[in-house]
Design a protein around this ligand. Sequence first.
Ligand SMILES: [Zn+2]
Length: 306
Amino acid sequence: MNKYTEKKKRNQVFQNFIKRHIGENQMELVRECNTFLSFVTDKTLEKKKLYKANPCKNRFCPVCSWRKARKDALGLSLMMQYVKQHKQKEFIFLTLTTPNVKVNYLEDEIKNYNKSFKKMFERKKVRMISKGYVRKLEITYNKKDDTYNPHFHVLIAVNKSYFKDTKVYIKQKEWLDLWRDVTNMPEITQVYIQKIRQNDNKELYEMAKYSGKDSDYLVNQKVFDAFYKSLKGKQVLVYSGLFKEARKKLKNGELDYLREIDLTEYIYQIFYIWNKKEYLASELHDLSEQEKREINKRMISEIEEE
Ligand SMILES: [Zn+2]
Protein backbone atom coordinates (compact mmCIF):
# COMPACT_ATOMS: atom_id res chain seq x y z
CA MET A 1 0.00 0.00 0.00
CA ASN A 2 3.02 2.29 0.41
CA LYS A 3 3.11 3.16 -3.25
CA TYR A 4 -0.60 4.00 -3.28
CA THR A 5 -0.25 6.14 -0.18
CA GLU A 6 2.72 7.98 -1.64
CA LYS A 7 0.91 8.58 -4.93
CA LYS A 8 -2.35 9.62 -3.25
CA LYS A 9 -0.43 12.17 -1.17
CA ARG A 10 0.98 13.56 -4.39
CA ASN A 11 -2.53 13.66 -5.79
CA GLN A 12 -3.32 16.05 -2.94
CA VAL A 13 -0.46 18.35 -3.96
CA PHE A 14 -1.62 18.04 -7.55
CA GLN A 15 -5.13 19.19 -6.52
CA ASN A 16 -3.76 22.63 -5.64
CA PHE A 17 -1.97 23.04 -8.96
CA ILE A 18 -4.67 21.68 -11.30
CA LYS A 19 -7.46 23.72 -9.70
CA ARG A 20 -7.03 26.78 -11.93
CA HIS A 21 -7.07 24.66 -15.11
CA ILE A 22 -10.27 22.64 -14.75
CA GLY A 23 -13.94 23.07 -13.79
CA GLU A 24 -15.59 22.12 -10.50
CA ASN A 25 -16.99 18.81 -11.78
CA GLN A 26 -13.61 17.56 -12.88
CA MET A 27 -12.09 18.94 -9.72
CA GLU A 28 -14.48 16.82 -7.69
CA LEU A 29 -13.24 13.69 -9.50
CA VAL A 30 -9.63 14.66 -8.82
CA ARG A 31 -10.32 15.16 -5.10
CA GLU A 32 -12.19 11.86 -4.87
CA CYS A 33 -9.58 10.03 -6.97
CA ASN A 34 -8.76 6.63 -5.48
CA THR A 35 -10.31 7.41 -2.11
CA PHE A 36 -11.83 3.97 -2.38
CA LEU A 37 -9.82 0.89 -3.32
CA SER A 38 -10.71 -2.74 -3.31
CA PHE A 39 -8.01 -5.38 -3.52
CA VAL A 40 -8.40 -9.10 -3.91
CA THR A 41 -5.89 -11.42 -2.32
CA ASP A 42 -4.99 -15.10 -2.08
CA LYS A 43 -5.02 -17.19 1.11
CA THR A 44 -1.43 -16.31 2.04
CA LEU A 45 -2.32 -12.58 1.70
CA GLU A 46 0.96 -12.14 -0.14
CA LYS A 47 -0.42 -11.70 -3.60
CA LYS A 48 -2.71 -8.71 -4.01
CA LYS A 49 -4.42 -7.27 -7.04
CA LEU A 50 -6.44 -4.09 -7.44
CA TYR A 51 -10.03 -5.03 -8.19
CA LYS A 52 -12.01 -1.80 -8.01
CA ALA A 53 -11.21 1.88 -7.52
CA ASN A 54 -12.51 5.33 -8.34
CA PRO A 55 -9.82 6.93 -10.53
CA CYS A 56 -10.11 10.51 -11.86
CA LYS A 57 -8.22 9.59 -15.05
CA ASN A 58 -6.66 13.02 -15.37
CA ARG A 59 -3.42 12.49 -17.30
CA PHE A 60 -1.45 14.62 -14.85
CA CYS A 61 -2.80 12.88 -11.75
CA PRO A 62 0.08 11.10 -9.98
CA VAL A 63 -2.03 8.04 -9.08
CA CYS A 64 -3.76 7.69 -12.43
CA SER A 65 -0.68 8.29 -14.60
CA TRP A 66 1.27 5.74 -12.56
CA ARG A 67 -1.48 3.15 -13.04
CA LYS A 68 -1.75 3.92 -16.73
CA ALA A 69 2.01 3.62 -17.24
CA ARG A 70 1.93 0.07 -15.90
CA LYS A 71 -0.84 -0.88 -18.31
CA ASP A 72 0.84 0.86 -21.23
CA ALA A 73 4.12 -0.88 -20.47
CA LEU A 74 2.41 -4.23 -20.78
CA GLY A 75 0.73 -3.14 -24.03
CA LEU A 76 4.09 -2.12 -25.38
CA SER A 77 5.61 -5.43 -24.42
CA LEU A 78 2.82 -7.27 -26.26
CA MET A 79 3.30 -5.15 -29.37
CA MET A 80 7.03 -5.87 -29.28
CA GLN A 81 6.42 -9.60 -28.94
CA TYR A 82 4.13 -9.46 -31.94
CA VAL A 83 6.58 -7.48 -34.08
CA LYS A 84 9.41 -9.76 -33.04
CA GLN A 85 7.61 -13.05 -33.65
CA HIS A 86 5.53 -12.24 -36.70
CA LYS A 87 7.76 -9.76 -38.46
CA GLN A 88 11.11 -11.16 -37.33
CA LYS A 89 12.38 -7.84 -36.01
CA GLU A 90 14.70 -6.66 -33.26
CA PHE A 91 14.67 -3.32 -31.47
CA ILE A 92 16.90 -0.40 -30.75
CA PHE A 93 16.25 2.33 -28.21
CA LEU A 94 17.23 5.88 -29.14
CA THR A 95 17.15 8.96 -26.92
CA LEU A 96 17.34 12.35 -28.57
CA THR A 97 17.90 15.49 -26.61
CA THR A 98 19.01 19.11 -27.04
CA PRO A 99 20.32 21.68 -24.53
CA ASN A 100 17.86 22.80 -21.82
CA VAL A 101 15.61 25.80 -22.42
CA LYS A 102 13.91 28.44 -20.30
CA VAL A 103 10.15 28.29 -19.90
CA ASN A 104 9.35 30.83 -22.65
CA TYR A 105 11.08 28.65 -25.25
CA LEU A 106 9.60 25.34 -24.17
CA GLU A 107 6.70 25.20 -26.60
CA ASP A 108 8.80 26.31 -29.59
CA GLU A 109 11.42 23.78 -28.64
CA ILE A 110 8.86 20.98 -28.74
CA LYS A 111 7.77 22.13 -32.22
CA ASN A 112 11.41 22.09 -33.31
CA TYR A 113 11.79 18.57 -31.98
CA ASN A 114 8.91 17.36 -34.08
CA LYS A 115 10.34 18.98 -37.19
CA SER A 116 13.86 17.70 -36.59
CA PHE A 117 12.62 14.21 -35.87
CA LYS A 118 10.61 14.14 -39.07
CA LYS A 119 13.67 15.25 -41.03
CA MET A 120 15.80 12.61 -39.40
CA PHE A 121 13.43 9.80 -40.29
CA GLU A 122 13.21 11.03 -43.87
CA ARG A 123 16.96 10.63 -44.27
CA LYS A 124 17.73 7.66 -46.48
CA LYS A 125 19.97 5.97 -43.94
CA VAL A 126 17.30 5.99 -41.23
CA ARG A 127 14.42 5.28 -43.59
CA MET A 128 16.20 2.15 -44.73
CA ILE A 129 16.57 0.63 -41.30
CA SER A 130 13.40 1.76 -39.50
CA LYS A 131 10.51 -0.66 -39.91
CA GLY A 132 8.39 1.31 -37.49
CA TYR A 133 8.78 3.12 -34.21
CA VAL A 134 7.12 4.26 -31.01
CA ARG A 135 8.15 7.74 -30.00
CA LYS A 136 7.56 9.36 -26.67
CA LEU A 137 7.89 13.00 -25.74
CA GLU A 138 9.18 13.57 -22.24
CA ILE A 139 10.01 16.72 -20.33
CA THR A 140 12.26 17.00 -17.31
CA TYR A 141 12.75 20.03 -15.13
CA ASN A 142 16.04 21.21 -13.72
CA LYS A 143 15.46 23.02 -10.46
CA LYS A 144 18.99 24.33 -10.16
CA ASP A 145 18.89 26.61 -13.17
CA ASP A 146 15.10 26.66 -13.69
CA THR A 147 15.26 25.10 -17.15
CA TYR A 148 13.34 22.43 -19.03
CA ASN A 149 14.56 19.57 -21.12
CA PRO A 150 12.17 18.11 -23.64
CA HIS A 151 13.47 14.93 -25.22
CA PHE A 152 12.35 11.95 -27.28
CA HIS A 153 12.59 8.28 -26.41
CA VAL A 154 12.27 6.21 -29.55
CA LEU A 155 11.87 2.47 -29.86
CA ILE A 156 12.73 1.39 -33.41
CA ALA A 157 12.05 -1.96 -35.04
CA VAL A 158 14.89 -3.11 -37.29
CA ASN A 159 15.66 -6.21 -39.33
CA LYS A 160 17.51 -8.96 -37.47
CA SER A 161 20.32 -8.59 -39.98
CA TYR A 162 20.75 -4.91 -39.05
CA PHE A 163 23.38 -5.48 -36.38
CA LYS A 164 25.67 -7.44 -38.71
CA ASP A 165 25.08 -5.58 -41.93
CA THR A 166 27.84 -2.97 -42.05
CA LYS A 167 26.26 -1.32 -45.10
CA VAL A 168 23.16 -0.24 -43.18
CA TYR A 169 24.23 -0.28 -39.53
CA ILE A 170 24.25 3.21 -37.99
CA LYS A 171 27.00 3.79 -35.45
CA GLN A 172 26.46 5.95 -32.39
CA LYS A 173 28.64 8.69 -33.88
CA GLU A 174 26.49 8.72 -37.02
CA TRP A 175 23.28 9.05 -34.99
CA LEU A 176 24.87 12.01 -33.26
CA ASP A 177 25.91 13.61 -36.56
CA LEU A 178 22.43 13.07 -37.99
CA TRP A 179 20.74 14.62 -34.96
CA ARG A 180 23.13 17.61 -34.97
CA ASP A 181 22.47 18.06 -38.63
CA VAL A 182 18.66 17.98 -38.57
CA THR A 183 18.45 20.19 -35.46
CA ASN A 184 21.11 22.51 -36.79
CA MET A 185 22.76 22.34 -33.39
CA PRO A 186 26.41 21.31 -33.65
CA GLU A 187 26.75 21.93 -29.90
CA ILE A 188 24.81 18.73 -29.07
CA THR A 189 27.26 16.36 -27.42
CA GLN A 190 25.41 13.08 -27.21
CA VAL A 191 22.67 10.76 -28.31
CA TYR A 192 21.96 7.54 -26.51
CA ILE A 193 21.45 4.41 -28.60
CA GLN A 194 21.17 0.85 -27.43
CA LYS A 195 20.00 -2.55 -28.55
CA ILE A 196 17.03 -3.71 -26.49
CA ARG A 197 17.51 -6.90 -24.55
CA GLN A 198 14.66 -9.38 -24.33
CA ASN A 199 11.87 -8.34 -21.96
CA ASP A 200 13.65 -5.47 -20.35
CA ASN A 201 10.92 -4.10 -18.11
CA LYS A 202 12.98 -1.11 -17.13
CA GLU A 203 13.17 0.21 -20.67
CA LEU A 204 9.54 -0.63 -21.35
CA TYR A 205 8.50 1.27 -18.30
CA GLU A 206 10.75 4.15 -19.33
CA MET A 207 8.91 4.27 -22.66
CA ALA A 208 5.43 3.92 -21.21
CA LYS A 209 5.61 6.11 -18.19
CA TYR A 210 4.02 9.48 -18.38
CA SER A 211 5.74 12.41 -20.03
CA GLY A 212 6.83 14.10 -16.89
CA LYS A 213 7.78 12.78 -13.48
CA ASP A 214 5.39 14.01 -10.80
CA SER A 215 8.43 14.83 -8.67
CA ASP A 216 9.42 17.27 -11.46
CA TYR A 217 6.12 18.94 -12.25
CA LEU A 218 4.78 19.16 -8.71
CA VAL A 219 7.58 21.52 -7.65
CA ASN A 220 5.43 24.65 -7.72
CA GLN A 221 2.54 26.26 -9.61
CA LYS A 222 4.75 27.92 -12.21
CA VAL A 223 6.49 24.69 -13.14
CA PHE A 224 3.23 22.78 -13.17
CA ASP A 225 1.67 25.35 -15.49
CA ALA A 226 4.64 25.05 -17.87
CA PHE A 227 4.27 21.26 -18.05
CA TYR A 228 0.51 21.52 -18.34
CA LYS A 229 0.58 24.09 -21.10
CA SER A 230 3.21 22.35 -23.18
CA LEU A 231 1.79 18.83 -22.86
CA LYS A 232 -1.95 19.41 -22.79
CA GLY A 233 -3.65 18.09 -25.90
CA LYS A 234 -0.35 16.82 -27.29
CA GLN A 235 0.04 13.31 -28.53
CA VAL A 236 2.63 11.91 -26.17
CA LEU A 237 3.13 8.53 -27.78
CA VAL A 238 3.35 8.36 -31.56
CA TYR A 239 3.27 5.04 -33.42
CA SER A 240 4.48 4.42 -36.96
CA GLY A 241 4.99 1.52 -39.39
CA LEU A 242 4.87 -1.93 -37.80
CA PHE A 243 4.04 -0.42 -34.42
CA LYS A 244 1.01 1.33 -35.86
CA GLU A 245 -0.21 -1.98 -37.17
CA ALA A 246 0.56 -3.75 -33.87
CA ARG A 247 -1.27 -1.08 -31.91
CA LYS A 248 -4.41 -1.60 -33.94
CA LYS A 249 -4.25 -5.30 -33.13
CA LEU A 250 -3.64 -4.59 -29.46
CA LYS A 251 -6.66 -2.30 -29.32
CA ASN A 252 -9.05 -4.76 -30.87
CA GLY A 253 -7.86 -7.71 -28.75
CA GLU A 254 -5.96 -9.53 -31.48
CA LEU A 255 -2.87 -9.68 -29.27
CA ASP A 256 -4.68 -11.14 -26.27
CA TYR A 257 -3.29 -14.57 -27.10
CA LEU A 258 0.11 -13.18 -25.98
CA ARG A 259 -1.19 -12.20 -22.56
CA GLU A 260 -0.33 -14.32 -19.57
CA ILE A 261 -3.04 -15.69 -17.32
CA ASP A 262 -2.85 -14.80 -13.63
CA LEU A 263 -2.95 -18.17 -11.86
CA THR A 264 -3.24 -16.77 -8.35
CA GLU A 265 -6.32 -18.01 -6.57
CA TYR A 266 -7.98 -14.96 -5.11
CA ILE A 267 -10.37 -15.70 -2.26
CA TYR A 268 -10.58 -12.52 -0.14
CA GLN A 269 -11.38 -8.89 -0.73
CA ILE A 270 -10.07 -5.94 1.33
CA PHE A 271 -11.35 -2.39 1.12
CA TYR A 272 -9.27 0.71 1.70
CA ILE A 273 -10.70 4.13 2.40
CA TRP A 274 -8.57 7.26 2.15
CA ASN A 275 -8.56 9.23 5.37
CA LYS A 276 -6.75 12.56 4.85
CA LYS A 277 -3.22 11.12 4.82
CA GLU A 278 -3.49 7.35 4.97
CA TYR A 279 -5.52 4.40 3.77
CA LEU A 280 -7.62 2.63 6.38
CA ALA A 281 -8.08 -1.07 5.72
CA SER A 282 -11.28 -3.02 6.26
CA GLU A 283 -11.40 -6.59 7.47
CA LEU A 284 -11.06 -9.45 5.03
CA HIS A 285 -14.23 -10.36 3.18
CA ASP A 286 -14.77 -13.70 1.49
CA LEU A 287 -15.33 -13.44 -2.23
CA SER A 288 -18.59 -14.94 -3.41
CA GLU A 289 -18.46 -17.79 -5.91
CA GLN A 290 -19.68 -15.42 -8.58
CA GLU A 291 -16.90 -12.92 -7.79
CA LYS A 292 -14.29 -15.69 -7.80
CA ARG A 293 -15.39 -16.73 -11.26
CA GLU A 294 -15.21 -13.14 -12.38
CA ILE A 295 -11.76 -12.47 -10.92
CA ASN A 296 -9.75 -15.68 -11.15
CA LYS A 297 -7.83 -16.98 -14.16
CA ARG A 298 -7.98 -13.62 -15.91
CA MET A 299 -5.34 -12.15 -18.18
CA ILE A 300 -2.65 -10.06 -16.55
CA SER A 301 -3.23 -6.44 -17.49
CA GLU A 302 -0.16 -4.60 -16.28
CA ILE A 303 3.51 -5.12 -15.54
CA GLU A 304 5.13 -4.69 -12.19
CA GLU A 305 7.22 -1.61 -11.86
CA GLU A 306 10.93 -1.80 -10.97
ZN1 LIG B 1 -6.47 10.34 -10.45
